[in-house]
Design a protein around this ligand. Structure first.
Ligand SMILES: NC(=O)C1=CN([C@@H]2O[C@H](COP(=O)(O)OP(=O)(O)OC[C@H]3O[C@@H](n4cnc5c(N)ncnc54)[C@H](O)[C@@H]3O)[C@@H](O)[C@H]2O)C=CC1
Ligand SMILES: Nc1nc(O)c(N)c(N[C@@H]2O[C@H](COP(=O)(O)O)[C@@H](O)[C@H]2O)n1
Length: 228
């Protein structure tokens, strides 16, 4: 499976404010680029933190992109994936609408009542990992078995960290908007525990001005020691 991460950050590297409310960082051209990235994916993945904060739909909006997908036999919008260890996704979350299949990936310890509620709300519940936290390598294998070959990860910072930590990321694109959000508790592009001795090694492929910001595109080359 090919995995690419795309997110928008402020000039100081934040995904959002300390209130964790969705912030419009991208301009119209960047949102159009994101729509094209979604249209090229078999599924778009977020962590449950993003679902609770933003209530996203993660659909393809441009009618011509939707038509191109259906012309080649794909659903108009890629599948949506929520990584949600305990099944906290609300039954009325917009990501569970009928625009596309939505996989909610839970850990084996997720309560049966939550699994049943998600199933009733229209989610396809997938169990990955054998304890109380979703294991992403198992989750991605399960998604691959369901025909997902190209997976777009939109965030947030916790899930992006876990994707890098598991060595699952092939490409990273970051849109850096011209604003400063600040806040020691505001989410950043990569949160989690952070890397110390060995860190993901990026290869810069492209730098381009988009709207009033900069798009950075990287390949991921494995790991590098920090004392280089
Ligand atoms: N500017 C942008 O492009 C984007 C911004 N955001 C922002 O990011 C914030 C949400 O990000 P986060 O709080 O970091 O939440 P997140 O969306 O990364 O979800 C993290 C949650 O997923 C669950 N989880 C299950 N298994 C996990 C695993 N193996 N690794 C990590 N998490 C796992 C946990 O409950 C964890 O708290 C919001 O403020 C949202 O607005 C989110 C996406 C894109
Ligand atoms: N690329 C990008 N730029 C921004 O400025 C953003 N705030 C985000 N946020 C992400 O988009 C999701 C919402 O998408 P829909 O409104 O459902 O289409 C949000 O949940 C973040 O993942 N992305």
């Amino acid at each position: 499976m090919e995995v690419f991460v795309n997110a928008a950050v402020s000039a100081d590297g934040k995904l959002s404010t300390r209130r964790r409310e969705q912030v419009r960082i991208s301009g119209p051209d960047d949102f159009a680029r994101v729509d094209r990235l979604r249209a090229d994916a078999d599924a778009v993945l977020v962590g449950v933190g993003t679902v609770l904060a933003d209530d996203p739909r993660l659909t393809v909006d441009d009618p011509s992109l939707r038509a191109a997908r259906t012309d080649r036999g794909d659903p108009a919008t890629p599948a949506r994936v929520v990584v949600d260890s305990t099944g906290r996704t609300p039954a009325d979350a917009r990501i569970l609408d009928d625009a596309a299949t939505t996989y909610v990936v839970v850990a084996s310890a997720a309560p049966d009542s939550r699994r049943r509620a998600l199933d009733r709300a229209g989610a396809e519940v997938v169990v990955a990992g054998d304890d109380d936290r979703v294991a992403l390598d198992d989750a991605f294998s399960a998604l691959s078995a369901r025909g997902i070959d190209r997976l777009m990860v939109e965030g947030g910072g916790e899930i992006i960290f876990s994707c890098f930590a598991a060595g699952l990321v092939d490409e990273l694109s970051v849109y850096v908007g011209s604003l400063v959000l600040g806040g020691r508790d505001a989410p950043t592009l990569v949160d989690g525990d952070g890397f110390v001795e060995s860190v993901p090694d990026l290869r810069l492929e492209e730098v381009r001005r988009v709207d009033d910001g900069v798009l950075l595109e990287y390949g991921v080359d494995g790991w590098v020691e920090t004392d280089r």
